[in-house]
Design a protein around this ligand. Structure first.
Ligand SMILES: Nc1ncnc2c1ncn2[C@@H]1O[C@H](COP(=O)(O)OP(=O)(O)OP(=O)(O)O)[C@@H](O)[C@H]1O
Ligand SMILES: [Mg+2]
Length: 313
């Protein structure tokens, strides 16, 4: 009462106007506190997950030679998802600069095997050597620095095309290097007709790109990084002939400077491979060149014949 009596109309009016400001700030403080608590909880969960991942010991501390691609050698490797699918008895080799195709029906385990080869998922039994060192004993960045994975459902980060192309490389990004990579990947004309060229924003909040366009950016990323080993999950459908031809040409160029391991669906890619691994229900049913498999494996013959509508390969 005393306060009210002593307050002039002017200061009372001012208090009434300012009160909501104060309460809004208090409310903001409340939600910031809540977000803080939630984030802290999320951080704890992430830490626990990372620790669990560490226990599986995907990597170690040995440096891997960077000068040329290591031979990738799997001996009787096994892997299973908790839900049930299993890869077993995987024997695999990719020598430096070879082009290897993984083929098989949908669900046969091609992408899973590609991810294990790339070191994204730890295998359970058997051994996986990069050169002479077990993957488990290699220092993670000395492997990741020399490989690129172009996945089926790759992710573009919110940012410019240039940032997305230079992502994952240790090189200092320059416009010139980005433009060179884009030229090598055959996408320079496409980039030039975008509103801001290589500075066009893509991803969240930016321009959405089609599957084919995204794959082209990923291809340019590979040319930018010049990795020793490229893992490529070839898109199953949805590319127009021009994009398709462009991707094939880029892939050919990439395979001259890197080992390429590719989950292949196109007959052209399959026939070009130095060696083909045919997967069936999580195991390798057969391996060899197109000519050998064509002669020796009836499933291979059926797959290839279906691919090209009944005529002989
Ligand atoms: N993260 C996962 N957790 C559990 N099961 C999975 C997971 N990813 C794939 N699978 C299962 O593993 C099996 C092999 O999947 P994978 O993706 O390796 O097949 P694919 O040969 O690449 O098939 P596609 O040709 O359709 O791409 C499938 O049965 C799939 O449902
Ligand atoms: Mg797949």
């Amino acid at each position: 009462m005393i306060i009210v009596q002593d307050t002039t109309f002017y200061s009372g009016f001012l208090m009434l106007i300012l009160a909501p400001e104060l309460f809004n700030k208090l409310k903001d403080l409340g939600s910031a506190f809540h977000s803080g608590k939630v984030s802290k909880g999320a951080l704890k969960k992430t830490e626990a997950l990372l620790e669990e991942f560490d226990e599986e010991q995907l990597f170690g501390s040995n440096e891997l030679d960077q000068t040329e691609p290591p031979t990738l050698l799997m001996d009787d490797v096994q892997f299973s998802y908790p839900e049930g699918f299993q890869l077993s008895h995987i024997n695999f080799v990719a020598k430096p600069y070879e082009k290897i195709a993984l083929i098989g029906a949908t669900g046969s385990g091609k992408t899973t095997l590609l991810h294990i080869l790339a070191g994204l998922v730890p295998h359970t039994n058997g051994s996986y050597l990069l050169g002479t060192i077990h993957l488990r004993e290699i220092e993670a960045s000395s492997w990741y620095d020399q490989m690129t994975l172009i996945s089926q459902d790759g992710y573009l980060f919110a940012g410019t095309i240039a940032e997305n192309i230079s992502l994952g490389s240790k090189k200092k990004p320059t416009n010139e290097a980005v433009l060179n990579a884009a030229t090598e990947a055959g996408i320079i004309e496409w980039i030039e007709q975008l509103p801001d060229g290589i500075h066009t924003l893509v991803g969240e909040g930016g321009r959405g790109l089609s599957g084919g366009e995204r794959q082209r950016v990923f291809m340019a990323r590979a040319f930018y990084k010049k990795p020793n080993v490229v893992f490529f999950d070839e898109p199953t459908t949805g590319l127009d002939l021009r994009t398709e031809t462009m991707l094939q040409a880029s892939l050919k160029k990439l395979s001259e400077q890197s080992t390429v391991i590719i989950v292949a669906h196109r007959l052209y890619t399959i026939r070009e491979a130095d060696r083909i691994y045919l997967l069936e229900n999580g195991t390798i049913r057969a391996s060899g060149t197109h000519e050998t498999l064509w002669k020796e494996d009836d499933l291979y013959r059926i797959m290839i014949t279906t691919q090209q509508g009944g005529t002989q390969a």
